[in-house]
Design a protein around this ligand. Structure first.
Ligand code: DGY
Length: 325
């Protein structure tokens, strides 16, 4: 069919959203699981009308200059810290993302990490694999009680709220800092506190804020020093919210008890990075939204954003609505 818009999708996406896009567009999809290099990405967008990007790509002014026909950027993620949104807005380019559809999956992952760290599940698996399980004894691999403990949520947005709902089911007391949705707070009986209070009173601190200049390294050496020595840190937000060097020191010196990280800085983190080998740290490879259902739903929403932008319609989820005047 003539005049079908050209789109570049920077990684293989699930079949259902791909079919929806292919029904209307001429699609080029990056065939590898690793991202295109900057040069490859610039070449790929040179003639396209639409771009579906992943969180691994840097979408900056140079990229936008390399794509003179671009009408829309549709991010296959809710987080958009890899995109220079101001540069897109300056070019009247709408940017879409995928909020909502990954809320529950990401909260599941955060709570799974909380439980795994609290009950030392990964250490337990290693213990059996290493043939260390010789007997039962009262002080064997003791962890932390979850029920009745205090959970501090940094960023009570959609995912923070879903995390709090899970915590409520475990009878936890919930504190939060950041996020101003009073309905979320009331729903879970969460108490708004200062960052200092949250850090010093929480048994578990879970990060759910976006990465912005304000939240970069919000968990730094000073913050870690305010946490309880028994505290457990969970990060399913973005690696850059935590100062990795400070966290490494805090875990090595038992300033805090444990960390469970779905996201890291740098990301991916190298297998020989010391955080990966600490007995009191769990690192998994950014799997918060990694279920078949959720990734398909993210793809459908990203497809809707992409197609709306190509048709000149308002994106269903637009992060820079000021492009519509
Ligand atoms: C996001 O959407 O921002 C997650 O990090 C990946 O699903």
């Amino acid at each position: 069919m003539p005049n079908r818009p050209k789109v570049f999708i920077s990684r293989t996406i699930p079949a259902e959203p791909l079919a929806r896009i292919e029904a209307e567009c001429e699609v080029t999809m990056w065939p590898h699981d690793t991202p295109p290099s900057v040069a490859e990405l610039h070449a790929a967008v040179a003639n396209v009308d639409g771009l579906m990007s992943m969180l691994t790509e840097r979408i900056d002014a140079a990229l936008l200059d390399a794509a003179p026909n671009l009408k829309v950027i549709s991010q296959f993620a809710v987080g958009i810290d890899n995109i220079n949104v101001a540069a897109a807005t300056a070019r009247q380019l709408p940017v879409g993302n995928t909020p909502g559809v990954l809320t529950e999956a990401t909260a599941d992952q955060a709570f799974a990490l909380l439980l795994a760290a609290a009950r030392r599940l990964v250490e337990g698996v290693e213990y059996v694999r290493n043939d260390d399980w010789q007997t039962w004894y009262p002080l064997q691999l003791l962890g932390s009680t979850v029920s009745g403990a205090t959970l501090g949520i940094i960023g009570l947005g959609r995912i923070g709220h879903a995390m709090a709902q899970r915590a409520k089911g475990f009878g936890m007391r919930i504190l939060y800092h950041g996020g101003s949705n009073q309905d979320f707070a009331a729903d879970v009986g969460a108490e708004q506190v200062s960052l200092d209070t949250l850090l010093s009173e929480s048994d578990f601190v879970s990060l759910h804020c976006p990465l912005t200049p304000q939240t970069k390294h919000i968990i730094n050496a000073a913050a870690l020093s305010r946490m309880k020595p028994s505290a457990i840190l969970i990060n399913t937000a973005r690696g850059g919210v935590v100062d990795s060097a400070a966290l490494l020191h805090a875990l090595q010196t038992h300033q805090i008890r444990y960390a469970a990280l779905d996201v890291t800085d740098p990301e991916p983190i190298a297998a020989d990075h010391p955080l990966v080998h600490l007995p009191n740290c769990i690192v998994v490879p950014h799997l918060g939204s990694a279920t078949w259902q959720t990734r398909t739903a993210m793809g459908m929403l990203a497809a809707d954003n992409l197609l709306a932008g190509l048709r000149g319609e308002r994106l269903p989820n637009c992060v820079n609505p000021e492009v519509y005047g």
